[in-house]
Design a protein around this ligand. Structure first.
Ligand SMILES: [Zn+2]
Length: 354
């Protein structure tokens, strides 16, 4: 991949981080003034890139946000490595007006100020407060199970069973951003447990992009009682975390949590070989391969299985794109959920569907 095309990746990652920063501010409409300086800086770079190539450029930040919403990223005046993004990738969902998962995945690339780093820093802080890995594992599972607390009930969360966990995690929650309110209601998707919007041009929308049959929305009439995790933890921890919990439940032994990054687990296969794995739900296989290589490099020895729901792995070209993007020296393997939970050669049968 030539240097120019990596500069293009850095540029789109900067725009994606700006879009996420803007969406993270709590305003009634996400994409209003004042714009974060990061977005203005990214705009200047996009304009410079377009002018150098004699291509159309966005007019101001509002123009660039329209591009984020209306134009596929492959149409931008930015040179990307071949096959880096799927053809339909955009940064803002055209109907919901919210950052896409592709946006979060691009914003997670890079060494500085990346979205995944922010999620990892929040988890590292929690791990430090917990002290013991076992306690951290319980707290991490709490976050995965409750990325959106639709109706905060102090009585429930102060029960002895959960009070200690709640005390450790509560700082991570904030009120739901006003723009998710619709006629006094806020919605959570029962499929992914993330935030949702009832009516868009495309019908109901949820942050997890659940298949339509699973996209059943649960309303609350008391949005003031709704608490949510930051977007980074909702999309990068909780969304794949539900699949991770289902996989962990398939093993007879308890998977060991290695508190590295977003969390890596290790299980001993029926063949006696330890397997380290991390579950992801990436829309974009190439950025996912690059992030996985970074995680594997921090894992002392051994290889890392990146387990991804079947419906993503089965997309045309997905596995090939991932495999091509894994650096030659990275010990990373893409595995579908069905493959990962299939019976081992000498083992007990276990199988689940993704
Ligand atoms: Zn959903």
């Amino acid at each position: 991949m030539i240097e120019d095309s990596w500069a293009g990746v850095d540029l789109l990652a900067a725009v994606a981080r700006g879009v996420i920063e803007l969406a993270s501010t709590d305003r009634s409409s996400a994409f209003r003034l004042p714009y974060p300086p990061s977005l203005q800086l990214a705009l200047d770079q996009v304009v410079a890139a377009g002018l150098m190539q004699g291509l159309p450029v966005p007019v101001g930040v509002p123009g660039m946000l329209s591009w984020c919403r209306e134009s596929a990223l492959v149409e931008w005046p930015v040179t990307l490595p071949s096959g880096f993004l799927t053809g339909d990738a955009r940064l803002i969902h055209p109907a919901a007006g919210e950052p896409t998962r592709t946006c979060a995945e691009l914003a997670s690339l890079g060494r500085e100020d990346a979205l995944e780093q922010k999620a990892e820093a929040l988890l590292a802080g929690l791990a430090g407060a917990c002290g013991m890995v076992e306690r951290f594992a319980v707290c991490r599972d709490f976050l995965i199970s409750r990325p959106v607390i639709l109706r905060f009930d102090p009585v429930e969360l102060l029960q002895p069973r959960v009070a200690q966990t709640w005390k450790l995690v509560k700082e991570l929650y904030s009120p739901v951003p006003d723009r998710f309110l619709s006629e006094g209601l806020v919605y959570r998707c029962t499929g992914c447990l993330l935030l949702a919007k009832l009516t868009t041009e495309d019908g109901p929308w949820c942050e997890g992009d659940c298949p339509l049959r699973d996209r059943v929305l649960e309303p609350s009439h008391q949005p003031e009682k709704t608490l949510v995790l930051p977007l980074a933890l909702r999309l990068l921890l909780a969304l794949p975390g539900r699949t991770e919990q289902a996989i962990r439940s398939q093993f007879a032994e308890q998977a060991e949590l290695i508190p590295l990054g977003l969390g890596v687990h290790r299980v001993t296969g029926d063949d006696g070989v330890p397997r380290a794995f991390q579950v992801h739900a990436p829309e974009q296989p190439v950025p996912a391969a690059l992030r996985a290589a970074g995680t594997a490099a921090r894992l002392a020895g051994g290889s890392l299985d990146i387990v991804v729901p079947d419906r993503l792995v089965e997309r045309p070209g997905y596995r090939q794109a991932f495999d091509r993007a894994v650096p030659a020296d990275a010990r990373v393997r893409l595995v579908s959920v069905s493959q990962f939970t299939a019976p081992q050669p000498t083992g007990r049968p276990r199988r689940m569907h993704a």
